[in-house]
Design a protein around this ligand. Structure first.
Ligand code: C2E
Ligand code: CA
Ligand code: CA
Ligand code: CA
Length: 281
């Protein structure tokens, strides 16, 4: 800090300056990325714990930055949400996933029982334009809407207001099922589950991580699976990495799982190879 005069200081912190610049740069780059479509969708298989077959995929966005290389969604989704760019990104991922499902279907790699789950930011899905875009996409592509699922975090819908309820009903009227992502991490009341048309609870990886400790009583996982089934929903475990976790989840009656134990998120070419090798659907 440099003294400017009596009692006044001009704080110059080079680290903070760099951070602000980086952030600004990231914002600009992100705008350009949306225009030039520098994104790619990766797909992570979701496996049925009863049949061992592929039930569907989760679409996960990747940003291939022209000079900085691959940037993780963890680093750019928050910036995209703050700037509003997330709406364009989410819509692009949705369109691309539909296009990809139809391509795989034409190649006879999947049938129309295979699903693709697309993440939707709270900020985006609460906009009225979202439901319009969704309807247009369904109309234009004629995709079977049951092949698409939308994932929203519980914080997005935890306040039970009429606007949220309307949007959720409109999504349901499109015959698209809804999943609650990162379930149990939002510290919200569960009462919304009784009123909202929700079909799937996704158990966050932070809960799954702890269950292969032999001393551990599986924590909240049995409770979450119980809530799902009591409410007529299905439970999907995310971030399954070990055979012990898998066995415990099976024992607990969990319906589906995804995680590195089965497969990392893969590019569409690798998924096509996987499907061609083992047409297990
Ligand atoms: P998420 O929705 O909870 O997605 C699961 C994340 O866990 C993904 O990270 C996935 O790659 C990772 N994962 C899956 N299995 C394992 C495992 O066994 N071990 C470990 N360590 N990780 C595993 P990813 O792809 O980096 O995405 C991070 C987050 O970014 C997502 O978390 C989601 O919240 C957000 N995101 C990704 N794509 C989109 C998108 O298109 N739109 C929006 N709004 N958000 C997205
Ligand atoms: Ca997700
Ligand atoms: Ca999430
Ligand atoms: Ca998660």
């Amino acid at each position: 800090a440099k003294a400017l005069g009596k009692g006044q200081y001009y704080i110059f912190d080079p680290a903070m300056h760099d951070e602000a610049l980086n952030r600004l740069q990231l914002e600009n780059d992100l705008r350009r990325a949306v225009e030039r479509q520098e994104f790619k969708v990766y797909y992570q298989p979701i496996i049925s714990l009863t049949t061992g077959k592929i039930y569907g995929f989760e679409a996960l966005v990747r940003w291939q930055h022209p000079t900085r290389g691959f940037i993780s969604p963890i680093d750019f989704i928050p910036v995209a949400e703050e700037t509003g760019l997330i709406a364009s990104i989410d819509l692009w991922v949705l369109q691309e996933s539909v296009r990809q499902l139809q391509a795989w279907q034409h190649q006879n790699l999947i049938n129309d029982k295979v699903t693709c789950s697309v993440n939707l930011s709270a900020r985006h899905f609460l906009q009225f334009s979202f439901i319009q875009h969704l309807r247009e996409l369904l109309e234009a592509t004629q995709i079977n809407p049951q092949m698409i699922k939308l994932e929203i975090t519980e914080s997005a819908i935890a306040n039970k207001n009429q606007a949220t309820l309307d949007i959720l009903h409109q999504i349901r009227d499109c015959h698209i099922e809804l999943s609650i992502d990162d379930f149990g991490t939002g510290y919200s009341s569960l009462s919304y589950l009784e009123e909202f048309p929700v079909n799937v609870l996704k158990i966050d990886r932070s809960f799954i991580k702890r269950i292969d400790d032999p001393e551990h009583q599986c924590g909240l996982v049995p409770g979450i699976i119980g809530i799902a089934h009591t409410m007529g929903m299905i439970a999907i475990a995310e971030g399954v990495e070990t055979p012990i976790q898998l066995e415990k989840l099976r024992g607990l009656g969990c319906d589906f799982a995804q995680g590195y134990l089965f497969s990392k998120p893969l590019d569409p070419e690798a998924i096509a190879e996987l499907l061609a090798r083992s047409p297990q659907w």
